[in-house]
Design a protein around this ligand. Structure first.
Ligand code: ADP
Ligand code: MG
Length: 297
């Protein structure tokens, strides 16, 4: 865990407000810049400002496919406090997955800054970034699939084995986390022998085995029935409270959003509501809420 650098260039309320107010994207796309409502009075600073673990400053990401440019993130600024559990919600195509990938350093950004635990991730080389991720981040992503040939416990211990933990300790820690997600009896079973909910719990166990400071989840309940989805979110809430781990959860499920401490709403590659009283003017967004491709000349 990198040392906490509270007080090192903290985003003040004023600075934050200015960023939101003037945080229009440099991409020339004919949209209005976002306009924010005045700050409502707040009782003391929100943890996202007092002790941010994640800060995005005017982040721009444009996918260039050759024929079209897709401005997936158009000047995104916000912060997540240490130990917060936030939901990111918005229509399909509004840039949620892109934002998670950029925040986790899986995807390079075109402008702006991402600061994780006091370090600008652009200053890290690939090796440092990979190591940082392995040590401090957990992923509950659809494409981070479980390996079908490995048992549940082998899948869970994989991040530990990869980061050089000896096999005995790795197995013990993996079993402890499997117990946490109530899968002890299923440890020796392969993913194909587990239900969807059980598989997702293995994925969560694998994301948590390193006790990461930050857990990124992209539609973690997407394929689950509502009862199982509820269980998964309860588990995340529990871990968040007990271990002070930060959870950033992309979801289109309003029920999941309601169980997080804060909802950040996206539209058109921008944040329209950061859940702290900053609400953008809806005139700055297109009708369907999706990032609009720009056809190259
Ligand atoms: N690799 C990519 N190449 C080109 N366009 C992409 C790529 N990934 C995402 N996009 C586009 O960026 C926009 C935002 O996508 P995404 O972040 O996946 O949205 P969400 O997760 O909110 O559904 C969409 O218009 C999508 O088509
Ligand atoms: Mg997505």
């Amino acid at each position: 865990m990198a040392e906490t650098r509270e007080g090192r260039d903290p985003i003040t309320m004023e600075k934050r407000f200015t960023m939101m107010e003037h945080g229009s994207s440099p991409v020339a796309n004919g949209h209005y810049p976002p306009v924010t409502a005045p700050m409502p009075p707040m009782a003391g600073p929100h943890p996202s400002i007092a002790t941010p673990i994640i800060q995005a400053l005017d982040v721009v990401k444009v996918f260039d496919t050759g024929k079209v440019k897709v401005p997936a993130l158009r000047g995104v600024s916000f912060a997540v406090g240490r130990g917060e559990m936030v939901a990111i919600m918005g229509p399909s195509g509004s840039g949620k997955t892109t934002l998670l990938n950029c925040l986790a350093g899986l995807e390079a950004i075109d402008a702006g800054q991402i600061i994780v635990d006091g370090t600008d991730i652009a200053t890290m080389n690939d090796k440092t970034k990979t190591e940082y991720r392995a040590r401090h981040m957990g992923f509950v992503f659809q494409f981070y699939n479980l390996l079908p040939v490995l048992s549940a416990v082998e899948n869970v211990e994989l991040p530990l084995v990869v980061s050089g933990v000896n096999t005995k300790e790795a197995r013990e820690r993996a079993m402890r986390v499997l117990e946490l997600v109530r899968l002890t009896e299923w440890a020796a079973h392969k993913p194909a022998e587990l239900s969807g909910g059980q598989r997702q719990r293995v994925t969560i166990a694998r994301a948590l085995v390193n006790e990461p400071a930050i857990v990124w989840a992209d539609e973690p309940t997407g394929d689950l029935d509502s009862e199982t989805a509820d269980e998964i979110i309860s588990l995340m809430q529990d871990l968040n409270t007990r271990h002070d781990q930060t959870f950033v959860i992309v979801t289109h499920d309003a029920g999941v959003g309601a169980r997080c401490q804060r909802i950040i709403k996206m539209r058109d590659g921008q944040i329209i509501d950061d859940g702290l009283g900053h609400i953008a003017d809806p005139r700055s967004f297109s009708g369907d809420g999706q990032a609009r491709p720009i056809v190259q000349q």
